[in-house]
Ligand binder design. Structure first.
Ligand code: AMP
Length: 326
């Protein structure tokens, strides 16, 4: 995917000032911004987004939201298309684009996370997004460093295992930002990727537990030709790491074949087989592999057809995740 290094101001209807991404804060550090990028409206102010959403509601328009951290790829765009299907041509699709600091651990890649707003806006325009909501940190977490922000949303059960075990504060950040986005964009539907299966399951639980009036849609994972799940972090995979990286997909296929062969396979045995397969690549290291019921994330001892598999591994320094139903 081509990425343009230089930033050019939007052609039409700009009413604010664009700055190049600022890696020390978050990507967007302009004052509350409201612009039109050839058909896509760009909003960085919570108040403006909320007022617009309320206006849409008064007009009877259905609202769909696709929360992302940007550096968009075809997987993200498939979620936009899914959202459009659910709200219809007369509805409104909001794509939020925000690299949320609270879902990154202190040793994770927050400041390095890839960002390319110009390219993202082009893709949004081409895919029929109505509004890109792209707030800055000061807008999303006002006065956080002076203890002026102190309310978080915590899911206390599904968040503990897998990603939650490896990244202890990750889901607290995710549920908090998604709850905020729901309150700002007032969506009727929100689309998440099956690529982050545990995340989607937790969001569904949060929406049910806290009575958010929003339908959660989970859309399929898009993959590269060799099976690697599309991800913004794939940008980090240079040279031979990129070749090795589809070992996660090969592991999923191996598990699928094992279940087909012998109907019920002990999870312990399959885990050790997959670890061996993954770590046969010189730069790959397994973080976890888990077998569980797809809706409840409850671990299973016997792996059968319908069991869900999720895994995470490092390719060099890059952490990748994947999952599938067997
Ligand atoms: P991210 O920008 O990585 O936070 O992802 C934003 C949304 O896109 C999440 O709901 C992800 O699950 C979804 N997503 C990421 N990668 C893919 C993919 N390969 N296929 C479909 N959806 C994806």
């Amino acid at each position: 995917m081509r990425r343009d290094a230089a930033w050019n101001p939007p052609e039409a209807g700009a009413t604010g000032i664009f700055h190049q991404h600022n890696k020390t804060d978050n990507c967007i550090d302009w004052p509350c911004f409201n612009a039109n990028f050839s058909g896509v409206r760009i909003i960085s102010s919570i108040a403006t987004m909320q007022q617009l959403a309320k206006k849409w509601q008064r007009m009877g328009k259905r609202i769909g939201i696709v929360p992302t951290m940007g550096y968009l790829h075809s997987g993200h765009l498939s979620l936009v298309r899914e959202a459009r299907q659910h709200v219809g041509r007369a509805g409104r699709v909001v794509l939020s684009l925000y690299v949320n600091p609270t879902q990154f651990g202190p040793k994770e890649d927050f400041s390095k996370y890839p960002r390319d707003l110009k390219h993202d806006l082009k893709l949004c325009r081409a895919t029929g997004v109505d509004v890109v909501f792209t707030p800055g940190d000061k807008e999303m977490y006002p006065n956080k460093s002076e203890n002026g922000f102190s309310t978080y949303v915590v899911e206390e059960s599904l968040s503990r295992m897998m990603e939650g075990a490896s990244r202890p504060t990750h889901f607290r950040g995710v549920t908090t930002i998604v709850a905020k986005l729901f309150n700002v964009a007032l969506p009727d539907v929100a689309v998440f990727g099956a690529k982050d299966w545990q995340q989607a399951t937790i969001i569904k639980r949060m929406a049910a537990d806290l009575n958010f009036p929003v339908k959660i849609i989970v859309a399929p994972t898009l993959r590269e030709r060799d099976g690697l799940a599309m991800s913004s972090r794939n940008k980090y995979l240079v040279g031979d790491l990129r070749r090795q990286a589809n070992v996660l997909w090969r592991a999923i296929q191996a598990a699928q074949a094992a279940v087909k062969r012998s109907k019920a396979v002990p999870a312990v045995k399959l885990k050790s087989d997959l670890k061996r397969l993954i770590e046969s690549e010189p730069d790959a290291q397994l973080d976890y592999v888990e077998f569980f019921e797809p809706d409840t994330l409850s671990p299973v001892l016997k792996v059968t057809r319908g069991t869900h598999l999720a895994l995470a591994g490092f390719l060099g320094k890059t952490r990748l995740i994947d999952n599938a139903q067997l």
